[in-house]
Design a protein around this ligand. Structure first.
Ligand code: DQA
Length: 145
């Protein structure tokens, strides 16, 4: 089983970026957690981070036929990107959405998730733990399929 784990804009600045909201741990620590969770569960992990919408669309398209599922935190593109939603729908891979913060309790402009419309499940407000739960949920989902 292989997963692609996608992180969108500004998540490369975790640790530095608004630590009261996103925590003090950096992106390398997030990658380590995702890799460890995957390794412990016999999953091959590919990690991808980009600040560019088109690059994320390309990564989703290129995942077709190569991975079994996607874990995605589209960051700010969550709330704006129909292109990422369309890419997820186009490849038809099961995808789980993650947000470090609880976006449901934040500004009005964060209340829409386009990517979430193509995802089987969303984790928010759990910090990095949301990624661990997303990986486990996706594995369970694929095993039951
Ligand atoms: C985020 C929430 C988004 O609203 C924000 O733009 C981000 C991070 C989160 O993980 O909580 O960049 O996706």
């Amino acid at each position: 089983m292989k997963f692609l784990i996608i992180n969108g804009p500004n998540l490369n600045l975790l640790g530095l970026r608004e630590p009261d909201i996103y925590g003090k741990q950096d992106y390398a620590a997030l990658c380590a957690l995702c890799r460890a969770t995957c390794a412990e569960n016999g999953i091959e992990a590919e990690l991808f981070q980009s600040n560019h919408e088109g690059a994320i669309v390309d990564a989703i398209q290129q995942a077709y036929g190569k991975v079994d599922g996607i874990v995605i935190n589209p960051a700010a593109y969550t709330h704006t990107s129909i292109a990422i939603l369309d890419a997820l729908k186009a490849v038809g891979l099961p995808a789980v959405e993650v947000h470090i913060s609880d976006v449901s309790q934040r500004e009005d402009f964060r209340q829409i998730s386009y990517a979430g419309k193509a995802c089987i499940k969303t984790y928010m407000g759990l910090g990095f733990e949301g990624y661990r739960q997303a990986i486990l949920y996706l594995k369970d989902y694929l095993e039951k399929k």
